[in-house]
Structures are given as C-alpha cells and as structure tokens.
Design a binder for this molecule. Structure first.
Ligand SMILES: NC(=O)C1=CN([C@@H]2O[C@H](COP(=O)(O)OP(=O)(O)OC[C@H]3O[C@@H](n4cnc5c(N)ncnc54)[C@H](O)[C@@H]3O)[C@@H](O)[C@H]2O)C=CC1
Ligand SMILES: O=C(O)[C@@H]1CCC=N1
Length: 264
C-alpha cells in the first residue's frame, strides 16, 4: 500500500485530525496523502504538514485506511470509484451518514463511523466510534490510534451516533455561544471586553476541569457556588426563567434530528 492513511477532504475537521496525527507522531507526513479539489487547501496542507496532496481521491485511497472528511452533501461525488480502491478500511466522520449507507457504497470494506469535534484541533476533542461487522479489532485499533491523537475516544452503538453528533459533535458551538454571551454580560456590567472574555473562557474551562477531576455531579458544584440569598441564586433564577436548560435540551435534540435527516 502506498500510504498508511488517505484523507479524503482536507477541510476544517480533516486538518484538525491531520495536524494532531503529525504533532503526536502517530503518523509521519510521508505516511499520509490528502485529496481535496481545492488547490488552495492542497497547497496549504502540503506546506504546513509536509503531506502528499492530490486532487484525485483514488490516489489518496491507495492506503491502509481511508478517512472520509467531506461534507455529507459531497459524499456521492467524493466516493466515485472508491469502492474498488485498495483501502481495506474506511473511516467516516460524516454527520448522519450511517454504516448501512457506507456499506452500500463500500460493500467489502471494514467501516468505522466516527464523530469527533473541533477541540480535536488542540488535542482536547472527544470522538465516538461504531464499527460494522467486517471491522476487526485491528481496524478498531487503527481508528482508536487516529482519534486518540485528537483527544478521548468512546465506543457507542451505531444507533446512538446521531445523538453523539447533537451533543458533542455540535456542542463546541453551544459552548462558544455561551462563552460569548457570558462575556457580553461582563461587558454589560462594566468589564473591558478582553478581560470579560478571558474570565468567561477560563470559568468554563475551569468548571469542566473541576467536574472531570472531582467527578462531582454538576448540581453539587452549582450548590457549592450558590450562597443563601447570594449573587449566584439571583443569576440562576434568571437562567431558569429564560429557560436555559430547556433551550440546551432542545438544541441537542434539534441537532440530533438534523443528523437523522442528513442520513436520509
Ligand atoms: N466541523 C465540525 O465541527 C465537524 C464536522 N464533522 C463532519 O466532518 C465533515 C467535514 O466537515 P468540515 O471539515 O467542517 O467541512 P469543510 O467544508 O471544512 O471540509 C470539507 C472539505 O472537503 C473538500 N471536498 C469537497 N468535495 C470533495 C470531493 N469530492 N472529494 C474530496 N474532497 C472534497 C472541500 O474542498 C473541503 O476542503 C462533515 O461531514 C461533517 O459532518 C464531524 C464532526 C465535527
Ligand atoms: O454542523 C455540522 O453538520 C457538523 C457536524 C457536527 C459538527 N458540525
């Protein structure tokens, strides 16, 4: 096989994974070939990471593992001819696209469906994976190697992959909106913008770290901050009035439903 990894689609997520694979020495640049129709993306990825690049997906697919990172809407065009490629294993990060759809496209291949997220760019991502019947423990090991380079890996039943997409796949956007809104609140209360953003960002990061390290339930941490007749309960009352919890639940469900639609 010409390459160990063939990346089909070198956009935001493709680059996030690629950059960490190389930074963590999981793969050498010479092990990887990226195909993308956009010359500017190919030039950038070749210069920045030293990988092989090609406009031809069939070239990238001459690899042990073919990683699909195109938009779901581009899949049919991207997959032309790839069923006969030598790659024995296909890994897809496409939202909504099911193992059954991928099996119909790549009948004799091991297939792993994965859902990473953008914190992958800094090695702090979380990826859920689900495999088809042809995937061996060796194939799963390769997928784990790829996604461990960008963060934590969990295995779930395929039926849960759209829910994963609605929660952690799209979730970085919800958290980013929350950080932006908290910073806006700080500015409304008189803080300079840069300090407000720093305080909001570190508060989210620190709280996530605290929950991870103490393993306390989020409700217990909320109670620790909330003094009787204090400032925090005044804020929580406003959040409840505005329906923050319900908005968050409905957001995850809406994204999950959209992933269902993308798979039809
Ligand atoms: N952006 C995110 O937060 C996440 C995205 N995903 C999934 O990752 C996939 C890629 O998303 P992004 O990187 O955000 O999109 P993107 O638009 O940044 O990247 C897609 C890349 O595919 C290339 N492309 C288009 N047609 C192609 C073809 N026929 N052959 C080869 N390459 C082709 C484009 O030129 C582009 O560089 C999507 O399926 C999405 O559902 C999964 C998890 C998180
Ligand atoms: O918005 C999307 O469709 C992609 C999938 C998960 C995150 N971004």
């Amino acid at each position: 096989m010409k390459f160990q990894l063939g990346l089909v689609g070198g956009g935001v997520m493709g680059e996030a994974i690629l950059s960490r694979l190389i930074a963590s020495n999981a793969y050498l640049p010479s092990d990887i070939c990226v195909s993308d129709p956009m010359p500017e993306r190919r030039d950038l990825l070749a210069k920045k990471y030293g990988v092989q690049v090609t406009p031809n997906n069939l070239v990238a697919a001459e690899a042990e593992i073919m990683l699909l990172a195109v938009k779901p809407q581009s899949l049919n065009a991207a997959a032309i001819g790839l069923a006969d490629s030598p790659a024995p294993c296909v890994v897809s990060i496409l939202a909504g696209v099911t193992l059954a759809q991928l099996e119909a496209m790549f009948p004799s291949k091991a297939i792993i469906r994965a859902m990473p997220n953008t914190p992958a760019q800094v090695g702090a991502g979380v990826t859920a994976i689900a495999a088809n019947a042809l995937a061996t423990s060796e194939h799963l090991g390769l997928a784990r190697k790829i996604f461990s380079a960008v963060g934590t890996v969990v295995e779930v039943a395929e039926s849960l992959m759209n829910a994963v997409t609605g929660l952690s796949g799209s979730g970085p956007a919800y958290v980013a909106v929350m950080i932006e809104a908290m910073a806006d609140g700080g500015v409304a209360a008189g803080l300079p913008r840069a300090i407000a953003l720093q305080l909001a960002t570190q508060t989210v990061l620190g709280t996530a770290q605290l929950i991870t390290e103490t393993k306390l339930h989020p409700a217990q941490l909320k109670d620790q901050v909330t003094s009787p007749a204090g400032t925090t309960i005044a804020a929580i009352a406003q959040l409840e009035k505005a329906g923050l919890r319900s908005a968050m639940i409905e957001a995850v469900l809406a994204a999950t439903r959209r992933a269902d639609e993308l798979g039809k």
